[in-house]
Design a binder for this molecule. Structure first.
Ligand code: 13P
Length: 253
């Protein structure tokens, strides 16, 4: 199965020139890669221009509003994203939950709207600080059951979950592949319970201080076993991000 490797550029870089250069380098250096679906999620103002330079690489958004249009100052709707070749949208990133007050209920509306608009939602979940397995299960269960309320496995069949422990984001201290693997199985079990199904097949990604040295371990079936990665700071460096893509999508996985 193809691994999904997503670059979440967050509020970077500062200029369109830099953004175009970075996207162009990533595209150029990964054209021969077969086993990965690469997505770049730049800030909104760069979507249009970056969409034009990407060929094989997919274009993602970092957020969206659930309404089509209306009095929501500063927001961008799913309808507007559809003009820019956007295929994926990150929903419920912890930085939005923490700094922008985004709730599970808002996240749920966004996922429903994304699915209706035929955008692939990447639902981000994760605990804020290191917790016991039981406490972590409670956090993930709450985020998943509320975020996916009223959404069936069939509705979400193209979607993905990104497990991003907040304590590992931007710290340079990634979770261990073993911890990611525990979260992966926990998420699969929670979803199987929610959807009353035996097997959950949608991709579950890991995010939090991924770099070109640790990426392969998160993906390796004998270590993390994750089906993709959501990469922040390391995705702002073409060499580093390309290294992540190459090491996490060898033919053998
Ligand atoms: P870092 O890779 O910078 O830790 O960020 C992870 C992240 O939040 C991706 O969405």
């Amino acid at each position: 199965m193809k691994k999904t490797i997503i670059a979440n550029w967050k509020m970077n870089p500062v200029s369109l020139d830099q953004a175009l250069h970075l996207a162009g380098e990533i595209e150029k250096r990964t054209t021969g890669i077969k086993n990965a679906e690469v997505v770049i999620a730049p800030p909104y103002p760069f979507l249009k221009d970056i969409g034009r330079v990407l060929k094989k690489t997919k274009l993602g958004a970092q957020n969206m509003h659930w309404e089509e249009a209306g009095p929501y100052t500063g927001e961008v709707s799913w309808r507007q994203l559809k003009h820019f070749r956007v295929t994926h949208v990150i929903i419920g990133h912890s930085e939005r939950r923490i700094h922008m007050g985004e709730t599970d209920e808002m996240i749920n509306k966004k996922i429903k709207a994304a699915l209706k608009a035929n955008l692939i939602p990447i639902l981000a979940v994760g605990e804020q600080k290191k917790l016991s397995e039981n406490a972590m299960r409670l956090v993930l269960s709450r985020q998943l059951s509320r975020g996916l309320a009223g959404i069936t496995a069939h509705d979400f069949k193209k979607g993905a979950i990104a497990y991003e422990p907040v304590w590992a984001i931007g710290t340079g201290r990634a979770a261990t592949p073993k911890h990611a693997g525990i979260a992966l199985r926990m998420i699969q079990k929670i979803l199987a319970g929610l959807w009353k199904t035996k097997k959950v097949t949608m991709p579950i990604l890991y995010g939090g201080s991924v770099n070109s040295k640790n990426a392969a371990d998160f993906i390796s079936p004998t270590m993390g076993g994750m089906q993709g990665l959501l990469v922040g700071s390391a995705s702002l460096n073409a060499t580093e991000f390309t290294g992540i893509i190459k090491s996490s999508s060898p033919e053998s996985f």
